[in-house]
Design a protein around this ligand. Structure first.
Ligand code: GLN
Length: 483
């Protein structure tokens, strides 16, 4: 049962005006999460009891206090690699199957402080490693538009939950595309902020120099609203820049006159499916009609982006995942004789195949003798890619590109072929390597066709441009695309 037929900002207005209670909104979201959400395997945990308790607390607050809360009573879902105090946080891994964090991530505290209610934790690829949600220990999530298709990954559960209107907003994490790609496949808006915009404190680290938390919503306006709440300064993450995003009504006017939209020729060549191309090219026309100019730009080093990304991401993952040793927390294999045996058995049994592949690859590229040949080289390529973007943004304000080469594929269709899955990240990983903000917005597609997202990228800290152009593409509020 889908119930969210209006943007978050409108629903909040109703709560503020006393027209609807936080309890009734949350009760409907929980029912929907237990029904449609479970059907889609979008949730690993639905926390009905704690959510209703929180909703009642909100309803009992004096009206003027509630009016100060920009997300008062709004049910949200949180990807299950983001820590929630007292609520299981599994990373979709056997390793953390019963891990209950003693603290909440900064973003979760920020949501709660704004009056949002966490109704559940969403499914993902194990430790956010994947592009289809199929590496989850709890089984794959499904695409809300077609249950035989992948929802995309790694934030597949969050995108499925929002795409099915179970919740109006969810958090995802994006290391190489995991907010944007599932948003593209599920018809939602997904925003990966500038690296350093949002605190990573309490997000289970995959590749720390690439990871960012961001919102998945059903409208562009809601993405801006969520970003303004999430981007609180935070001393607990030394990479958090403390630049809180200031939202403005002005971003959602649909006016893009005078803006230059760059289309990188490297992103529209071979490998892009007809379905994606024929959905994205008209976006440029639409922007032109609304007053923007469209120019061709070149990002000549992006052809190395997937290779560089998989070396850097794996290297950082191999280091970050060392902490899962069976000692501090999480799963511990029984029956091992020595400490070394215990480590080995714990990691062999606790991690799935994809995670092991990344840890082995990462350990290899960091080992002495190979470090210069692989890791250092990838780090240099990363700089070249960042320079390409800087140059491109000299000639345009926003870059328009595909998110994914094709719409969602069948569940199970890429099993056993990790390389082809890695290659499908071709359009998204560069934004993470360069640290720039990027957003997926739904394009118009023929009736009955699977969703296709257009990717917008801008220079560092220019999420305002993404929202401005995104609104012109999709409309500021557009819940009509979500059924
Ligand atoms: N698909 C990419 C990977 O598997 C990106 C994942 C992500 O952004 N978390 O690494």
């Amino acid at each position: 049962m889908a119930f969210f037929d209006k943007p978050v900002s409108d629903a909040v207005r109703d709560v503020h005006a006393g027209k609807v209670s936080a309890r009734s909104l949350c009760a409907r979201a929980i029912e929907s999460a237990e029904g449609r959400g479970r059907e889609l395997n979008a949730f690993i945990t639905v926390c009905g009891e704690s959510a209703l308790k929180r909703a009642d607390e909100l309803d009992a607050l004096p009206p003027d206090v509630r009016r100060g809360m920009p997300l008062c009573g709004i049910p949200v879902a949180v990807k299950d690699n983001i820590c929630t105090e007292g609520i299981k946080t599994t990373c979709a891994s056997r390793m953390l199957e019963s891990f209950v964090p003693p603290y909440s991530a900064t973003v979760v505290e920020a949501l709660l402080g704004a009056g949002a209610v966490v109704v559940g934790k969403t499914n993902l690829d194990e430790f956010a490693m994947g592009s289809s949600n199929e590496t989850s220990y709890f089984g794959p999530a499904r695409n809300p538009r077609n249950g035989q298709k992948i929802p995309g990954g790694s934030s597949g559960g969050s995108a499925a939950a929002v795409g099915a209107a179970v919740v109006p907003a969810a958090l995802g994490t994006d290391t190489g595309g995991s907010i944007r790609q599932p948003s593209s496949h599920c018809g939602t808006v997904g925003l990966k902020p500038t690296y350093g915009r949002v605190s990573r404190y309490g997000a289970v680290a995959f590749a720390s120099s690439l990871d960012q938390i961001g919102p998945i919503t059903s409208s562009v306006r809601d993405a801006g609203l969520l970003l303004s709440v999430l981007s609180v300064p935070d001393k607990r993450d030394s990479t958090c820049a403390g630049r809180q995003f200031a939202d403005s009504e002005d971003f959602y006017s649909g006016d893009v006159s005078g803006l230059r939209v760059g289309m990188p020729r490297e992103y529209f060549g071979e490998g892009l499916s007809n379905e994606a191309r024929s959905a994205i090219v008209p976006v440029a026309e639409k922007l032109k009609r609304r007053g923007a100019s469209v120019v061709e730009v070149s990002l000549s080093n992006v052809k190395y982006a997937v290779a560089a990304y998989y070396i850097i991401a794996a290297a950082e993952a191999s280091s970050n995942l060392l902490r899962f040793s069976g000692v501090g927390y999480g799963f511990r294999a029984a029956g091992a004789g020595t400490l070394d045996d215990m480590y080995r058995a714990t990691r062999a049994q606790g991690f799935g195949t994809e995670v092991k592949r990344r840890v082995m690859l990462g350990t290899y590229v960091l080992s002495s003798g190979y470090y210069d040949a692989y890791y250092m080289k990838a780090a240099r390529v990363r700089t070249l890619i960042a320079n390409d973007f800087e140059r491109a943004f000299g000639g345009c304000d926003v870059i328009l590109s595909p998110v994914s080469p094709s719409p969602a594929c069948d569940l199970g269709s890429s099993a056993g072929d990790p390389l082809s899955v890695y290659l499908s990240d071709i359009y998204t990983v560069s934004a993470n390597l360069a640290g720039i903000p990027a957003m997926s917005v739904p394009c118009e597609v023929p009736k009955g066709a699977l969703p296709v997202g257009a990717q917008l990228m801008a220079g560092r800290w220019r999420e305002d441009l993404l929202l401005r152009v995104g609104s012109a593409v999709f409309g500021g509020d557009s819940p009509d695309s979500m059924n």
